[in-house]
Structure formats: structure tokens, C-alpha cells
Design a protein. Sequence first.
Length: 232
Amino acid sequence: MVKNQLRQEFSDSLSIPLYKRGTFFKWFQQVLPFHKGGLGPARHHARHASKARRAGRSRSGEAGGGILKLASPWRPVQTTPHIKRKQEGYTLVEVLIAITVLAVGLMAVATMQVTAIKTNAVASGMSQGLTLAQAKMEELMNLPYITLNDADGDGTGKDTDDDGVDDDGDNFGLDDTTGADGSEANGRYTVYWNVAVDEPVTASKTIRVIVTWTERERDKRLALDFVKTDLS
């Protein structure tokens, strides 16, 4: 009976104008599955959605608790609400490398500091020795000309040809520390002084002050020269 009714409707559709036949055929294609015992559009989509939900539950069990979210009845999309964040930190190897680099840098700084301390100690010793030499030189320069004597005589009458060179090759005894014209001790420092008469010219005296000391098991020495004339 239904088939006869459909045939009748189809035959009636032939009398439908052409511009309305497209709409009728679309309706006919949607209604026909109902009459053939098929599923309608709504039940068709519902069936596929049910299959998708069952497939999602099975997949979620395999994925370890994931949740299926249906973006459409045909394409299930699995989303994971709990995403493991990257744990930030340093490993033991990284810490050891950092400590090694720091140790090397500290060793370099320590070596530089030791070198600086040694250099400062040498400079300090030199400055103190120079201060003592200057103080003794000022003291001798303030003495009257006639009182500055060559005590051991190795700096008097040693240049008979007046060429400015000691005839004995002893530099007029100015470098002498064992038999100096005078000496005094001041802590770790020893101050010596020598006088050369009529040197470098007549009516003048050359005064040399020598300071010696020991720095880090090494002998240190400095000397200052000054010429005092009979008019000064």
C-alpha cells in the first residue's frame, strides 16, 4: 500500500513545475528509507554517535584515563586534561661542572692575589729603604762641609790626573760597605755612607748613602748620591 502511495506521489510529481522538482526529490530521498525499514537521519546520526562513544570509552581505558570529546558525530577527538609539565632543575652532573668551573676561577683569583701581595711587599720594602736613605742624606747634607770626612781615606787623593777616575779602580770607596765611612742599623735595614773628597771637582765632596736589607731571602740594595760643595 505504501509503495502504491509513493508511486502515486511520484507520478503526481511529474506534473510539478521544473523549478520545484528539486525540492521534492530531496524530500523524497529523505522519506524513502523510512518506508523501506531503514533509519531516518536523526537515528542514523544517533547510531554513529553511540558507536563513537563506545569506541572512546575503550580508547580511554587503553590510554590510561583519557577523556574522549566528540567534536562531531563522525570524528571523536581525544583530549588529556592533565599534561605533565617539564620539571625544571639542575642535575648532579651540572652542579659538579659548575663547582669545577668556580673552583678553577677561584684558584686563578687566589694566585693573582698571592702575586699582588708579594709585589706589594717588595714595593713596601723598597719604599721604606728609600725613606731611610733620604733621611740619612739630608742629615749629612746639613753638616758643615769641613766635618764631612773620608774616614778610611779610600776616597781622598785617588785622582792625581784629574780625569774623574779612581787611580786604584775602587770608585773612590763609594761602594764600600764592609769598611764604610759610617753605618747604622735600623730594624732589618742597614744604612752605610761614604765620602769622596774633591770629587767630581775640586772643593766638592761626593756623598753616597747605601741601604741594604733582606727581602724573601734575597739581598736588596739601593744607593743615593749627592754632591756638596764648599759653598753650599
